[in-house]
Ligand binder design. Structure first.
Ligand SMILES: C[S@@+](CC[C@H](N)C(=O)[O-])C[C@H]1O[C@@H](n2cnc3c(N)ncnc32)[C@H](O)[C@@H]1O
Length: 609
């Protein structure tokens, strides 16, 4: 009771005084936040954050999560920059971000007068929400000079009701210039106050900083006894390591003799309390990561299912459908469709717009719509129908070292075509970066070994107008490749059927092995390279070999895309650029260039003189 009574009386000033003697930094240039904190006697420096407010809003389930994350990123950016740019490490950095939301839409600062008009007329006569996310970053310099950062973040929400605004009033207000640097286009503390009929909640939160909640938070941090009592009441308190950090900060301020012992007595507790308080420390990132990994298959399956059911095609044709209309269009249950749509929104594949209608996100417009030139729907179908099933046998494959893939991939025409579509999609997306990674104009003839649908070959012919390209693949693949050829370039692209292990290879100045070598053991790779080396009979020109693969890091710790692919490989193996280089050099090739593209595939060009 004593502690609770104390809580009511000591919320404000005493906690602020606990920050005296520490380097407190406000990572915001907002004059309103500066004024609020100065007014209560806090001494701090202002270091505006360079963090751009560009987080993808569609990745956040709730608008307040966006505000909190933006505040966190702003504060962390300053906390990390200061030791280098300002040559001092702050003790505490405070970041904040205020957003206005109405009907699920986040309103930022208006871009121009018209934008301000749109925002304010949307708010006219209605209730909206103002949410400020706040992050307090505690910086603790370790003995080894490294700094440990811990973030405590929370948000405060205030409901605000606007009066009905006449056109004249709206434009008068816009012409005053006040809306321009303010979220939602108004400032409640000045002229904008005239637009407001009532508010529910903290007024200063609408101005830009929830002072009361901030002080309560500091109180919890710097008053462990109170925190422990609140915990008994079901309130949250910081965990051990936050306390350790606060204690280490407290030691350098006056009048804090008993903090250490009391602080360390607080056991770890839940990180979220009834005050919407989030206590974050380094290991919560680990927790998020592990959950993300565990749920990875759910995300993939949601993506595959939405792609297969043509959700993205439907919304491309008819953007702005409600959930029920999508369900009708898909001939699916309403509940199931709504769950799928919401999952897609959370994954950044769809956007939910004002009025609860759905639209494709930039990501799905680019990769998940059938008629997009970068469509990966073929790869999606292959991943869902074939790879997904193979991976359900992963344990057997790991135990027995069997190659499930080879048996399944070409077992019937339908699967084969699906596989070819998958290869085609990736080659269309990743091929251009590979083809243009080096200047190949000196080669007049090329042979794409295992060239599948001819995507890479057509790309080469397009990029190098004097080059003729032969696509070499198994007869059953060449048979089906006709459906993929774009018209117009065919006279310089031809297909030859054969087995590159058994049959004679077509003559060419340049050989290409794109996504071939990872499928094979070192022995098989040697056999194939030896055949290519024999086929290289340089005349006036040297003979080239372009290898395109995902190149593993030298220590084989990434990229995970390559290491995950290796799980489904059977006898094959992912290699680093150095390992490929060594294999190639043992067949008389000299590595001339290596390119790590930003695309899905890296490339290596080697020459045989
Ligand atoms: C992983 S895909 C790569 C396709 C293409 N190079 C690309 O990057 O999109 C492997 C290709 O090698 C072909 N292939 C496998 N074994 C072969 C062989 N013995 N002779 C010729 N082609 C073969 C497959 O049919 C398939 O088209």
């Amino acid at each position: 009771w004593a502690a609770l009574a104390r809580r009511r009386t000591m919320v404000l000033n005493p906690v602020i005084s606990k920050l005296s003697g520490k380097l407190v930094v406000l990572a915001s240039s907002s004059p309103r936040r500066l004024e609020i904190l100065t007014n209560v006697g806090l001494r701090f420096e202002v270091v505006p954050s360079w963090f751009k407010e560009t987080l993808n809003k569609s990745l956040f389930k709730e608008p307040h999560q966006y505000a909190v994350e933006t505040a966190r990123q702003k504060a962390l950016e300053v906390a990390r920059r200061m030791p280098f740019k300002h040559l001092k490490t702050p003790d505490i950095v405070i970041g904040a971000d205020t957003i206005v939301t109405i009907d699920g839409l986040i309103l930022e600062k208006p871009r121009d007068k018209q934008d301000a008009y749109r925002m304010l007329s949307r708010l006219s006569g209605k209730e909206h929400s103002v949410c400020t996310g706040v992050a307090i970053v505690l910086c603790n310099q370790q003995e080894n000079e490294e700094t440990e950062y811990q973030t405590i973040d929370f948000y405060e929400e205030t409901r605000v009701k606007f009066a009905d605004l006449s056109e004249t009033m709206l434009w008068d207000y816009i012409d005053s210039g006040e809306p321009m640097d303010k979220a939602g286009g108004y400032g409640i503390q000045a002229l904008g106050g005239m637009l407001v009929e009532y508010i529910h909640g903290d007024f200063l939160n609408v101005v830009g900083f929830p002072l009361n909640r901030f002080c309560k938070q500091l109180d919890l941090l710097f008053n462990p006894e109170l925190a422990s009592n609140e915990r008994k009441d079901g309130q949250s308190a910081p965990d051990d390591s936050s306390w350790a950090l606060v204690n280490s900060l407290s030691k350098c301020s006056e009048g804090q003799e008993n903090m250490s012992a009391a602080g360390s007595a607080v056991p770890p507790v839940t990180s979220r309390g009834p005050m919407n308080l989030v206590i974050e420390k380094v290991h919560t990132d680990d927790l998020k990561r592990i959950i993300e990994l565990m749920d990875g298959f759910k995300a993939s399956k949601a993506l595959f299912t939405a792609s297969k059911m043509r959700v993205f095609d439907l919304l491309q044709k008819r953007p702005g459908l409600e959930g029920a209309e999508v369900a009708r269009g898909l001939q699916a249950s309403l509940k199931g469709t709504l769950c799928l749509l919401e999952a897609c929104v959370s994954l950044g594949l769809l956007e939910r717009k004002q009025g609860g209608v759905y639209e494709n996100s930039r990501l799905s417009q680019r990769f998940l719509v059938s008629d997009s030139p970068s469509s990966l729907l073929g790869y999606m179908a292959h991943s869902d129908e074939t790879v997904w099933k193979l991976f359900s046998h992963l344990e057997t494959s790991v135990r027995e070292g069997t190659n499930l893939q080879a048996k399944v991939m070409y077992s019937d025409d339908e699967r084969k075509l699906r596989f070819m579509k998958a290869m085609h999609g990736i080659a269309e997306v990743a091929g251009p970066a590979v083809i243009t990674a080096f200047d190949l104009s000196r080669f007049k003839t090329a042979c794409d070994l295992g060239g599948c649908t001819g995507s890479m070959a057509h790309g080469l012919a397009k990029a190098y107008p004097r080059m003729s390209v032969t696509v070499y693949d198994l007869p059953s693949v060449v048979e089906l490749s006709g459906t993929f050829c774009p018209p117009g370039l065919d006279n310089r692209v031809s297909f030859v059927a054969g087995d590159f292990f058994k049959d004679r290879l077509p003559k060419a100045d340049l050989y290409i092995l794109a996504r071939i070598l990872h499928d094979w053991t070192d022995d098989k790779v040697h056999a194939l390279l030896s055949k290519i080396s024999d086929a290289c009979t340089p005349g006036k020109l040297c003979c080239g070999l372009l290898v395109s693969e995902i190149f593993l890091d030298r220590d084989r710790t990434g990229p995970s895309q390559g290491l995950l692919q290796a799980l489904g490989l059977g006898p094959g193996k992912q290699r680093s650029a150095g390992e490929y280089g060594a294999l190639l050099e043992s067949h008389g090739f000299t590595v001339s260039h290596i390119a790590h593209t930003d695309s899905l595939l890296d490339a290596l060009l080697c020459i045989k003189d």
